[in-house]
Design a protein around this ligand. Structure first.
Ligand SMILES: NC(=O)c1ccc[n+]([C@@H]2O[C@H](COP(=O)([O-])OP(=O)(O)OC[C@H]3O[C@@H](n4cnc5c(N)ncnc54)[C@H](O)[C@@H]3O)[C@@H](O)[C@H]2O)c1
Length: 248
């Protein structure tokens, strides 16, 4: 189909055969597309989310949820060499009057859950000899935006965290990269795009490719980063944004 070609969609491959991956946020949007893409490329995938049709249902912002997730995933797959934390939350809150509780919640889900998941996976990533960590940042890992102080703080931190993982685990053959999506059409962004059509148009026009991204656009890049083709790439933040950040 023409639309499949435009999205670069491939039916399947065996390039991730033998990979054993955890994907969080797999109940929706980008995480669901990542899980499907990794499976289509031959990986075993253990999925987690707070809701939806996944292998492990839990609030990953809670203290001990990620340790339990790693334990169950390793048991189910017989190992673990790939971690893709996609779970995340976002909402517009002006800085003036911003309450502590929501700021903390954003950090718990978008940052602490990523830190704990990768930390608890370290022994398995090291043992595999060619582990992969692919975090999901945002264009707001590099820039700020109105109403997004908590979200942007969490996503800046995820990028810095990922670079440090690359530095620390590189000697064990592990790569770590942070995919930074632009505006992607998912249930997270749907309310804003519906309530503010001008916001949707702004992002469509800002991208030289003149459209919003689809979850598949992100999933295909994640699958590449998990593959042997990306074996010498580590410590990067990669905008996957239709070129939006390349222009003013
Ligand atoms: N959509 C975009 O434009 C965009 C842009 C940049 C980055 N991102 C990032 O991509 C990732 C996926 O977002 P999406 O757009 O697919 O949104 P989405 O809302 O469709 O998916 C997010 C998933 O995370 C899950 N989740 C939320 N809180 C959780 C928790 N406490 N424990 C477990 N699971 C939880 C949700 O249930 C949901 O299934 C997020 O990290 C988001 O910040 C999205």
């Amino acid at each position: 189909m023409a639309s499949d070609r435009l999205l670069g969609r491939k039916a399947s491959s065996d390039r991730l055969l033998s990979r054993k991956a955890i994907v969080t946020g797999a109940g929706s949007g980008i995480g669901a597309a990542v899980a499907a893409r990794l499976r289509a490329d031959g990986a075993q995938v253990f999925t987690a989310d707070v809701k939806g049709d996944v292998d492990f249902v839990a609030d990953l912002g809670a203290d001990d949820a990620n340790a339990a997730l790693v334990e169950q995933a390793v048991k189910a797959m017989g190992g673990l060499d790939t971690v893709v934390p996609c779970a995340g939350i976002s909402a517009f809150h002006p800085l003036e009057g911003h309450d502590d509780a929501y700021f903390r919640r954003v950090l718990d889900v978008n940052l602490f859950a990523v830190f704990r998941l990768v930390r608890d996976a370290v022994p398995h990533l090291k043992a595999s000899g060619n582990g992969r960590v692919v975090t999901i940042g945002s264009t707001t890992s590099s820039y700020g935006d109105e109403g997004l102080c908590a979200y942007a703080a969490s996503k800046h931190a995820v990028l810095g965290f990922t670079k440090s993982v690359a530095a620390e685990l590189g000697p064990f053959g592990v790569t770590a990269n942070c995919v930074q999506p632009g505006a992607i059409d998912t249930p997270m962004t749907a309310p804003a795009f519906t309530q503010m059509p001008e916001y949707r148009t702004f992002w469509e026009n800002k991208a030289p490719l003149r459209r919003l991204g689809q979850p598949q656009d992100i999933a295909d890049v994640v699958a590449f980063l998990c593959s042997d083709d990306a074996r010498f790439m580590s410590g990067h933040g990669l905008f996957v944004d239709g070129g939006a950040m390349a222009r003013h």
